[in-house]
Design a protein around this ligand. Structure first.
Ligand SMILES: C[S@@+](CC[C@H](N)C(=O)[O-])C[C@H]1O[C@@H](n2cnc3c(N)ncnc32)[C@H](O)[C@@H]1O
Length: 485
C-alpha cells in the first residue's frame, strides 16, 4: 500500500491561491479555516466494540502512560495526542481498535445502523465504514461491502479479519449498476469517490485545484452511485451520501439532482449529531439554486470541530417502493465445516452456544469459514468473500486461524496464556517464546493456545517442547514490519 505522506504545514494557506479560495464566501471565518488546516489532526481510534468498550480502551492506554480523551460526539472514539503512533501499538495489530479520522466517523454515526438491519456499503474500500457498521450491528446480520476496485477490497478484507467481524460479504461491482439481485437494504452508505479537498490535514496535495473536466466525471459517477443506492433501499429505509470534499457540485448539487429524479420517493432528514457543530448545506452556489431543503444536509468545516472536512446528506425512502429486488436467503451450513469449527470448542473451550450463532461453510477448500447465522450475503450476485476464515482445513490437527481467533478468542475458556508486553511483540515477529515449567503446566503438548495481553486476545500459538510457537500470520507480521518491539 502507498505510504501516506507525512503532514507538512503549508507556508501560508490564507494568503496563497489554493483549491479552497473559491469557498471563501461561504466560510464564516476564513482565517480560522486556514489556521485549522495548518494544524495536524490528533490520531483518532474507534474501539472495536465486539472486543472491548471505549472505556476499557481508554484505561488500557492510560495505564501505558497515554492521555486519551473522548471524541464526544461519537461514543466509541478516542483522540490520543502526545506522540502516540496508533498503527504501531499492539492494540492496532491485534485489532482492538480502528484508526479512523474523526470526520470520517460521521456518515455511519448519522445513519445509525441497528442490530437486525441489512446494510449496503456501496463504495466500501478500504473498509473503515464497513467495520464501523459491522460493529454497530453487533457483529450479526448483514453488511454487503462493495467496491469497484478488487485491489482496494484487499485492504477491506484485512480490516475485517483483524477486527474479527463475521457479518460482512464483499462484492466487486461498479456500484452504478449494483444488481437488484443484491437484495433490498434497510440502510445504505454511499461514501462516494470525490476530489478529497477535506483531507488536507492528512494529505497536503488536497489543496491542489481540481480540474473542471475531472470534477464533471466525478459528479456523473456520484449521481449514478447515489441513485443506485437509493433504488436498493427498502421503503422506510435510509441512505447516507457522503464525501470528504467541500465542492458543492459534488455535494448539494448531487443530492438535489437525485431527489429531483426520484420525484417524492425520498425526503431529506436533517443531518444533526449531538455535540457536533454541523453547518447547513448550501441552498445555492455559483448562480445555481439547489432549493431551501438542502439546508438539511450537513457540512463539517475543519475549524468548527478541529476535524477534516466532510459533507453528509441523510435521505429516507417515503414511497411504498415497488422494488425489483428480492430478499436473499441465509447461507447454507456445511456439515464438514461445522466439524472443523468444533476445534474451537474442543481445544479452546469456546461454548457451543457461541458457535451456534455462526454458519460454517466453505469458499474453496483451504478454510472452514464462518459468518453470522442470520447473514444473507448478496443474493444472486457473485460474492468475493463472505465472513472470515476460521479453521485451516488441510493441516493435522486443524488449525484455528488468526481471524477466527480474533472473532472468537475472547470466548475461549480452555487453553489460554497471558503474555508480557515484550513477549507480545516477539510473538508478532513470529519468534518462539520459552515458557518456564510453571507457565507451561496445564498446556497440552502440540495443542493450540489463545494468547492474550492484559486480557485481550492477540492471536494463536502452539505449545511444543516447553515453548510457545507463534502462529501469527506471516503477512500480518510483515505488515507490522519494523514497527513492533
Ligand atoms: C471515499 S472512498 C471510500 C472509503 C470507504 N468508504 C472507507 O470508509 O474506508 C471511495 C471508494 O469508491 C470506490 N469507487 C470508485 N468508483 C466506484 C464505483 N463506480 N462503484 C463502486 N465503488 C467505486 C473507490 O475504489 C474507493 O474505494
Amino acid at each position: 500500500m502507498a505510504r501516506r505522506e507525512r503532514y507538512q504545514p503549508p507556508e501560508d494557506l490564507a494568503r496563497g491561491e489554493s483549491a479552497y479560495t473559491r469557498y471563501r464566501a461561504v466560510i464564516d471565518d476564513w482565517q480560522a479555516f486556514c489556521d485549522a488546516l495548518q494544524r495536524p489532526l490528533s490520531p483518532c481510534l474507534r474501539a472495536n466494540t465486539t472486543r472491548l468498550t471505549r472505556d476499557e480502551l481508554d484505561k488500557l492506554l492510560r495505564d501505558e502512560g497515554w492521555d486519551p480523551r473522548p471524541l464526544g460526539w461519537q461514543g466509541d472514539a478516542l483522540l490520543v495526542d502526545g506522540g502516540f503512533r496508533p498503527g504501531h501499538h499492539w492494540g492496532a495489530i491485534a485489532g482492538l481498535y480502528q484508526i479512523q479520522e474523526a470526520a470520517s466517523l460521521l456518515p455511519v454515526q448519522l445513519l445509525d445502523p441497528r442490530p437486525g438491519e441489512r446494510v449496503l456499503d456501496l463504495c466500501a474500500a478500504p473498509g473503515n465504514k464497513t467495520v464501523q457498521v459491522a460493529d454497530a450491528l453487533g457483529n450479526r446480520g448483514t453488511v454487503v461491502a462493495n467496491d469497484a476496485s478488487a485491489g482496494r477490497l484487499g485492504a477491506l478484507g484485512q480490516a475485517v479479519k483483524r477486527h474479527g467481524v463475521v457479518n460482512v460479504s464483499q462484492t466487486v461491482r461498479d456500484g452504478q449498476g449494483m444488481p437488484w439481485a443484491a437484495g433490498r437494504f434497510d440502510k445504505v452508505v454511499v461514501d462516494a469517490p470525490c476530489s478529497c479537498e477535506g483531507t488536507f490535514r492528512k494529505t497536503a496535495t488536497a489543496a491542489e485545484p481540481t480540474s473542471p473536466a475531472f470534477r464533471q466525471r466525478l459528479v456523473q459517477r456520484q449521481q449514478r452511485l447515489l441513485l443506485r443506492g437509493m433504488a436498493l433501499t427498502r421503503p422506510g429505509g435510509t441512505v447516507v451520501y457522503s464525501t470528504c470534499t467541500f465542492a458543492p457540485e459534488e455535494n448539494e448539487a448531487v443530492v438535489a439532482a437525485a431527489l429531483a429524479r426520484c420525484s417524492g420517493a425520498f425526503e431529506l432528514i436533517p443531518a444533526r449529531v449531538a455535540g457536533l457543530q454541523l453547518s447547513p448545506g448550501l441552498e445555492a452556489w455559483d448562480g445555481v439554486d439547489f432549493g431551501a431543503d438542502m439546508a438539511a444536509c450537513g457540512r463539517l468545516w475543519p475549524h468548527h470541530n478541529d476535524t477534516g472536512g466532510f459533507f453528509v446528506a441523510l435521505l429516507r425512502r417515503v414511497d411504498d417502493g415497488s422494488s425489483q429486488s428480492e430478499d436473499p436467503l441465509p447461507l447454507p451450513e456445511e456439515p464438514r465445516a461445522r466439524t472443523l469449527l468444533q476445534t474451537f470448542e474442543d481445544e479452546l473451550g469456546v461454548s457451543a452456544e457461541v458457535l451456534d450463532g455462526l454458519t460454517a461453510f466453505f469458499e474453496g477448500s483451504k478454510y472452514a469459514k464462518v459468518v453470522a447465522a442470520d447473514h444473507t450475503a448478496a443474493g444472486g450476485i457473485p460474492v468475493v468473500r463472505s465472513g472470515i476464515p476460521a479453521v485451516r482445513a488441510q493441516t493435522r490437527p486443524p488449525k484455528p486461524s488468526t481471524a477466527g481467533v480474533m472473532a472468537l478468542g475472547h470466548h475461549a475458556r480452555g487453553a489460554v496464556l497471558e503474555l508480557e508486553r515484550a513477549e507480545v511483540y516477539a510473538f508478532f515477529r513470529r519468534e518462539p517464546l520459552l515458557l518456564g515449567p510453571e507457565r507451561g503446566s496445564g498446556l497440552r503438548e502440540g495443542g493450540h493456545v489463545v494468547l492474550r495481553h492484559r486480557g485481550h486476545t492477540i492471536g494463536i500459538g502452539m505449545y511444543r517442547n516447553g515453548a510457545m510457537v507463534s502462529l501469527f500470520p506471516k503477512a500480518w507480521s510483515r505488515a507490522a514490519g519494523g514497527t513492533v518491539g
